[in-house]
Design a protein around this ligand. Structure first.
Ligand SMILES: C[S@@+](CC[C@H](N)C(=O)[O-])C[C@H]1O[C@@H](n2cnc3c(N)ncnc32)[C@H](O)[C@@H]1O
Ligand SMILES: [Zn+2]
Length: 251
């Protein structure tokens, strides 16, 4: 029997339902059945295909890209992530674009059991990997949804994370505005963003990733600051990690 969760689709307002993966194994993943059955836009199809393929080798490729193209180091990123999970004191942490969950687990394995994550991603394959990865680390919820239509009421969440998602989203301002809508006043929004690298070769590789649907854009720091402002988010802290930005914002 299908169970329904307390969340309602941000697109059609129907309750989200639990779904099974292709092997028929029941996994605690939730989605909007009618929106998933409806035809998807070409852009969303492209992203889902790109991340379906990327999900096979995501971990090593993501780390290599971070080092080589964005000159980012793992230690400050993991520390920022751990602090973000630890700061999520009021109930749950919504982790948007959580991907395969490896980074979340690696950064937060010591504290994850004390927190409830709401793990959200657009890619079914990434989310399935995430379920398997985080099953060993406490009791969490997994939601297949688009950041542009979050299945939560306004001012609902005190703590939101988005690591490696904002530069991937198809529409940065729409996504950030939706995050601002569900964030409580005084709540914290923390994460990481890959900004435009300096070298021409790295920029060419970024453009190719945009073409493939693995990246949405390659924004400058000024563009990011402007997007946050337009979305109604105030940046409290910015820390550079190579061409990666670690941020904390409120609304
Ligand atoms: C680069 S990965 C980041 C994964 C993980 N947070 C990490 O740092 O390793 C970007 C993730 O964004 C997800 N994504 C892309 N577009 C999205 C959207 N519109 N809504 C929600 N997630 C999206 C992709 O499926 C992918 O898992
Ligand atoms: Zn729906």
């Amino acid at each position: 029997m299908q169970k329904s969760v307390q969340y309602f689709c941000g697109q059609c307002q129907k309750p989200l339902t639990e779904f099974m993966d292709i092997q028929g194994q029941q996994l605690p993943m939730w989605h909007c059945e009618s929106c998933e059955k409806a035809p998807q836009s070409e852009q969303i199809k492209q992203y889902r295909w790109a991340y379906r393929l990327y999900s096979f080798f995501y971990g090593p490729l993501a780390v290599l890209n971070m080092y080589i193209i964005w000159h980012g180091r793992l230690r400050p990123l993991l520390k920022w992530y751990l602090d973000t999970i630890s700061m999520a004191t009021q109930g749950s942490l919504l982790d948007i674009a959580i991907g395969d969950g490896e980074l979340t687990w690696f950064a937060g394995k010591k504290v994850l059991k004390n927190h409830r994550l709401i793990a959200l991603d657009l890619s079914r394959e990434m989310l399935k990997k995430c379920v398997r990865c985080l099953k060993k680390a406490g009791s969490h919820e997994f939601i297949l949804a688009n950041v542009e239509k979050l299945p939560f009421p306004s001012n609902h969440l005190h703590s939101i994370a988005c690591f490696g998602g904002i530069h991937v989203f198809q529409n940065r301002i729409k996504s950030l505005s939706e995050i601002a809508r569900v964030l409580q006043p005084g709540g914290l929004f923390r994460g990481s963003i890959l900004t435009r690298p300096k070298s021409v070769l790295a920029q060419k590789i970024c453009n190719y990733y945009v073409h493939l649907g693995l990246l949405g854009s390659s924004p400058s720091i000024a563009e990011i600051e402007n997007d946050f402002l337009q979305a109604g988010l105030k940046i409290n802290k910015l820390q550079r990690n190579g061409f990666m930005l670690l941020f904390e914002a409120t609304k």
